[in-house]
Design a protein around this ligand. Structure first.
Ligand code: KG4
Ligand code: ZN
Length: 348
């Protein structure tokens, strides 16, 4: 089955074609990062308009790269949520119109389910069941995954998502947008022990997270530094980045280890933009390997938003006979554990 995947939930237009027999045939991504950088964050209306401009040219490019015609497609999958309403509508409208024109099924995909399944695109994919740490700009969740659609939420952030905490901290340090990967890069040369960042909510039982206190800690640290030493120099900024990153990473590692122990699972999947973080990958592998748990993640470009994960996730559900009607679905808030399993047909 040849499936077209369309991702437009935020500031990345992603289009891909996945073949159930031969794997991923082609994928293209257009990032709006430069456009939003001027404003220091995503401007939803500008995002929707840019998706409109880019989606059809990207579709042509991806068809050409996969050496197929639109008529060869067997199904279409698009991100229906969670995400920005206007941005989601662009992908949904495009996918639904194409499905009507080509007379093939169309399907809504949950953005976080697609992130969670992205490591399945790799050569050595994880096997079900497993536990998953979903860490993106909007979500931080620990999930028990029985099968596709069989998700049980074990814990989540009570305030900021991990990626959001990275981005907000980067902003406080006047780093360029988008802050997360830039902060991570600077952290590589910093001293992670110079400042004693807290490890929030690790001293009590449970699998929930809270990252807003780390933000306040960083704000106070910068203010204090400004009062006594003036503006922080490059070395101090790198040390703050390293200390902050280590605190987030340690917190995530402690909760993953706790979740693995409680569930007895020997497989951990990490997914979402923050799973691209090298320090997080490294520390999880070192700590969890000692506990007999294998860690899986996608290649860098499939950790952050992309069309390939949508095509893959959509293909699994289309193969199982699921599809939408022609109503365009855009669901800005959509809990992951509300999804149906593969053997429930047309329940989306
Ligand atoms: O999954 P994603 O592309 O979009 C959402 O679904 O939110 O995740 C984006 C988030 C941003 O907050 C970004 O700063 C963060 O992932 N991110 C990183 C890294 N790369 C992306 N955070 C830490 N280290 C990185 N290397
Ligand atoms: Zn995402």
């Amino acid at each position: 089955m040849l499936v077209l995947g369309i991702e437009t939930s935020c500031d990345e237009t992603g289009v891909a074609i996945y073949d159930s027999e031969h794997g991923l045939l082609a994928h293209k991504l257009y990032s709006q990062v430069k456009m939003h950088a001027e404003f220091g964050g995503v401007v939803p209306e500008l995002a929707s308009r840019d998706h409109c401009r880019k989606i059809l040219p990207l579709l042509d490019e991806v068809l050409e790269a996969a050496r197929i015609k639109k008529n060869d497609l067997d199904g279409i999958a698009y991100t229906a949520g969670p995400g920005l309403m206007g941005a989601l509508m662009v992908g949904g409208a495009t996918a639904t119109a194409l499905s009507l024109a080509l007379n093939i099924p169309v399907l809504s995909v949950h953005h976080m389910e697609a992130h969670l399944l992205a490591p399945m695109l790799e050569e050595n994919p994880p096997s079900f069941p497993f536990i998953a740490l979903l860490v993106s700009g909007g979500h931080t969740q620990l999930v028990s995954v029985e099968e596709i659609g069989g998700y049980q939420l074990l814990g989540e952030s009570l305030d900021d998502a991990a990626g959001e905490a990275f981005d907000k901290t980067a902003k406080m340090l006047d780093l360029d947008y988008p802050g997360g990967p830039i902060l991570a890069k600077l952290a590589e040369n910093g001293n992670r022990n110079r400042f004693a960042f807290p490890r929030p909510m690790t001293d009590r039982p449970g699998l929930d997270f809270s990252f807003s206190g780390l933000k306040t800690y960083t704000r106070n640290l910068i203010d204090k530094h400004k009062q006594t030493n003036g503006l922080p120099d490059d070395e101090t900024i790198a040390d703050i980045c390293a200390g902050f990153q280590e605190a987030v990473v340690d917190t995530l590692v402690i909760k993953c280890s706790r979740a693995a122990e409680a569930s007895g699972s020997r497989t951990l999947v990490i997914a979402g933009g923050v799973s691209a973080n090298s320090r997080l990958r490294h520390k999880l592998e070192v700590v969890l390997e000692k506990e007999g748990v294998e860690v899986f993640y996608a290649r860098h470009e499939f950790c952050t938003d992309n069309g390939a994960m949508i095509a893959y996730a959509g293909c699994q559900r289309l193969l199982a006979g699921q599809s939408n009607n022609l109503q365009i679905e855009a669901i800005p808030r959509w809990p992951l554990d509300q999804l149906s399993s593969l053997n429930q047909v047309n329940t989306l």
